[in-house]
Design a protein around this ligand. Sequence first.
Ligand SMILES: NC(=O)c1ccc[n+]([C@@H]2O[C@H](COP(=O)([O-])OP(=O)(O)OC[C@H]3O[C@@H](n4cnc5c(N)ncnc54)[C@H](OP(=O)(O)O)[C@@H]3O)[C@@H](O)[C@H]2O)c1
Length: 240
Amino acid sequence: MQHLILGAGSAIAQALIKKGLEQGDFIVAVSRQADNRKELSDSNSLRWLQCDYTESSIDQICVVLRESGMAFDRITIFNGILHNEGMSPEKRLENASIDHLNAVMRINAFVPLLWVKALKPLLKGVRKRCIVTALSARVGSIGDNERGGWYAYRASKAALNMLMKTASLEYHREAKLVQFLLFHPGTTDTPLSKPFQKNINPEKLFTPDFVASQLMSIQDGLSPELPITFLDWQGKQVEW
Ligand SMILES: NC(=O)c1ccc[n+]([C@@H]2O[C@H](COP(=O)([O-])OP(=O)(O)OC[C@H]3O[C@@H](n4cnc5c(N)ncnc54)[C@H](OP(=O)(O)O)[C@@H]3O)[C@@H](O)[C@H]2O)c1
């Protein structure tokens, strides 16, 4: 199996890369971070590409991928932030700011769309099924929003879902073998969730390893009929 992993520095992505290599996959990993494959494996089955996620950098990576003639069975997009040094999720409207909204929207929703746009020429020619997965979140569900808060993150994941749904319909017309999955991993012990783990029941805080296994088996078992589906770590449908 050939797997393209975008945002490969993610803790969940790292676990997925390890598992993929163990089962004999060939993996292309793309990240802002420098090549750290030594920590993962010395295997020749991993190619590491660096990208700063500007539109031109994403386009350049896609040119390299096209020239390599690779045919991916899986493409998984991990890019997503909830907080950084200067920014934490808004508890109240008073905390909302244009800079925060712009930054989170760009990384969580627009960067994944730029990937799906730039990959289209490569994917239009595929002769085998390819599953494109984007890491979403249940808090991006409009129907499930009963607590409020986290304006930018919620809105960015809802926007991600809409952008992927719209792209999946276009792909369905032009590249029938490409199918989309929006995946909610559950609360997973990674740098993204670290500051928000206090009130989580330890049984509900998953390891990246567990989530990577769940994702792999959900991708393997995905029925090919639907252009897109929004599933959680148990394979259960999440309300849009
Ligand atoms: N952990 C959870 O509880 C949880 C719950 C629901 C959904 N998710 C989603 O799961 C995905 C992976 O998150 P994680 O938990 O593994 O967190 P993580 O280890 O903090 O990973 C962060 C991800 O975001 C990318 N990223 C960070 N800053 C960026 C920037 N300035 N521009 C573009 N990309 C940037 C990183 O890519 P690089 O490789 O380039 O660093 C990496 O893919 C995210 O989309 C997140 O929203 C996580």
